[in-house]
Write a protein that binds this ligand. Structure first.
Ligand code: ARG
Length: 596
């Protein structure tokens, strides 16, 4: 369906044209003085110079052209066209115009959201956890934002692949291997002469693994010999030494099984579980090509690509492809991953979601990829850098002891807070209360994050996030639950009809009309959220929609309405509002409980 505002602008553009002015001046926007009018057009001011005419006169001509439309019956779109000095056109919409737009939306599975002519192939690289290290809150934002960006793009009709891009190939693997060898030297993995099969069972649990990594990491910082051994084990692993590779596979398997469970709890899922290691075989050929074409050259023993541009306002250092000892780096695996993704999936876009402190890294990688011809010019490489999640003190979120907080702990805290609230509702029995708390807590957590523009830092405020009032996830869910409850009570009434088959009528008052105009803005909002990879726009939209619905709800006795046609129209409107909200929270990656 054509966007609501575009339809309105078209009506205005045709009036500018009919009055002898450029139709491009007829752009209509939502009013910034809602006390005066619903929409406005400032085109007369813009045209004054060109037509050497007072804006007030131009606006008057346009208003006249609108009044003369339809053989003098006037515009089918505007109920009010007011010319205000110096030359504003203040506009209100005809009830029937709004009503018919909503009725069309109601009849469409996609709520008026058109499908693209040709879907784009999009890869979203998000999550990015590191094997053998526990997930911490820093990984939360990538997962939550990435999942929403993925779902928005999917709803938009694109072909989207989500790839977790595991950190599974760096020094942390060498450290874990080194420490395992100290603790269990007799394992067959460490015996180079061993040729038999390795045990199916991993020689450690995930908790042991998580204890080992920080232990080994701390030790390597104090003990140079230990560090050297870890470096050596990393190299031997990357060179494919049979035992170490088999042990590495065990580490990955145990770690990934645990991650899957964690991401499931976050309602986050990936199509690909590739990692840095998966592209290891791609590196030698890629490096060869870069050397042969001359884009990469040796500098102080390392292999680098110049990526600076004259237009740069600050210096962008060369992109290092291989270290002087020949080892690959984070950049190397990212370049190789681009090569592999282009060859396998021919993406139109690759979108990366990481902490914004990685911005320089991605600038270097994207430029090096373009310069060395790893990506066709038509492929867009996009980095969405997010800000830090801070505690109430404004500093990066920490545990009470000052350490990095594990994601599991954070989730458990917010679950507990939610449970204490939901348990106060005597109608909800224990088991349901627990499941509901988890569901609402997830919405609290995700909405608390997503409602901020991604690039900004935000404060993790558990009291605010879990509140049932204000700009929060629980408030949105509460609104949806309220709608569903009305629909259920309606269904139980004598003579109730299927709400999907009912017609949305003309708005009975201004409050209802406002709600209807919000709903009509759905497809434009979604388009914008997709174009800018901006889930916060969906949040801002549903907050407004929920507020306007609740105002309508408090002003209207829906279920006791005596006029059946009026009641049915309200039920149809409520049902449509519920569909729009449900669609929106689905793209944000959470859902509503039956009651709360
Ligand atoms: N593992 C990385 C980290 O923890 C994030 C990976 C992001 N994706 C990428 N293609 N570099 O910082």
């Amino acid at each position: 369906m054509e966007q609501f505002l575009n339809l309105i602008s078209k009506e205005m553009a045709s009036a500018f044209e009919a009055a002898g002015y450029d139709s491009a001046l007829g752009r209509v926007t939502v009013s910034n003085r809602p006390d005066l009018c619903e929409y406005q057009c400032n085109g007369a001011m813009a045209g004054a110079k060109r037509y050497k005419k007072a804006p007030f006169m131009i606006a008057g001509d346009v208003a006249k052209a609108l009044a003369e439309k339809n053989d003098g019956a006037g515009s089918a779109v505007f109920s009010k066209v007011e010319v205000v000095k110096p030359g504003f056109l203040n506009l209100d919409l005809k009830e029937g115009f709004v009503q018919s737009y909503l009725q069309q939306m109601a009849g469409d599975d996609r709520l008026g959201m058109p499908l693209p002519q040709k879907p784009e192939q999009i890869i979203i690289d998000y999550g990015g956890p590191n094997v053998a290290k526990p997930l911490h809150v820093g990984h939360l934002r990538s997962a939550v934002i990435g999942e929403a960006v993925k779902r928005i793009a999917r709803f938009h009709g694109e072909n989207v692949i989500g790839d977790i891009h595991l950190g599974d190939w760096g020094l942390q693997m060498g450290l874990v291997i080194t420490e395992l060898k100290k603790r269990q030297p007799d394992l067959p993995y460490f015996d180079p002469a061993y040729t038999g099969e390795y045990p199916a069972q991993a020689p450690f649990t995930v908790s042991e693994l998580e204890e080992i990594y920080p232990f080994a990491s701390a030790k390597s910082k104090k003990d140079p010999a230990y560090y050297a051994e870890a470096m050596d084990n990393t190299r031997r692993l990357q060179d494919g030494e049979r035992g170490l590779y088999a042990l590495w596979q065990k580490i990955v398997a145990v770690s990934v099984a645990d991650m899957k469970h964690n991401y499931e709890n976050l309602n986050v899922s990936f199509d690909l579980w590739n990692g840095e290691a998966s592209v290891h075989p791609v590196i030698p050929g890629m490096v060869e090509d870069m050397k042969r074409s001359g884009v990469a050259y040796e500098s102080q023993g390392a292999l680098v690509i110049d990526v600076s541009k004259e237009s740069d306002s600050k210096e962008i250092p060369p992109c290092i492809v291989l270290k002087s000892d020949g080892a690959s780096l984070y950049t190397t695996t990212d370049l190789a991953t681009i090569k592999e993704r282009v060859e396998k999936y021919a993406p139109d876009r690759i979108i990366y979601i990481t902490d914004k402190r990685q911005e320089l890294h991605f600038t270097q990688v994207f430029r090096a990829a373009a310069k060395s011809g790893l990506v066709p010019e038509t492929t867009k490489l996009i980095h969405i850098g997010f800000g830090t999640m801070n505690g109430k003190d404004g500093k990066p979120f920490k545990t009470r002891e000052g350490g990095v907080m594990r994601l599991e702990t954070l989730i458990a805290d917010i679950d507990a807070e939610m449970l204490s609230k939901i348990s106060t509702n005597p109608e909800i029995p224990g088991e349901e209360a627990e499941a509901t708390s988890r569901q609402v807590a997830l919405a609290a957590l995700k909405y608390g994050d997503l409602s901020n523009q991604a690039s900004k830092d935000y404060i993790f405020d558990i009291d605010k996030f879990t509140s049932f009032e204000g700009d929060t996830g629980p408030y949105i869910l509460y609104t949806i639950v309220r709608m569903r409850s009305i629909l259920q009570r309606y269904a139980a009434q004598a003579g109730a009809k299927d709400p999907a088959a009912l017609l949305v009528g003309d708005p009975a008052g201004q409050v209802e009309k406002k709600l209807m105009m919000d709903i009509a803005g759905f497809n434009a909002m979604m388009e914008g959220a997709y174009a800018d990879c901006a889930p916060h726009r969906v949040c801002a939209y549903i907050y407004q929609l929920s507020n306007d619905f609740n105002t309508f709800y408090h002003a209207t006795r829906i279920l006791t309405e005596q006029d059946p046609a009026q009641k049915e129209s309200w039920i149809a409107l409520l049902h449509l509002t519920e569909r729009v909200l449900t669609r929106c929270i689905d793209v944000l990656g959470f859902s509503a409980p039956a009651r709360m």
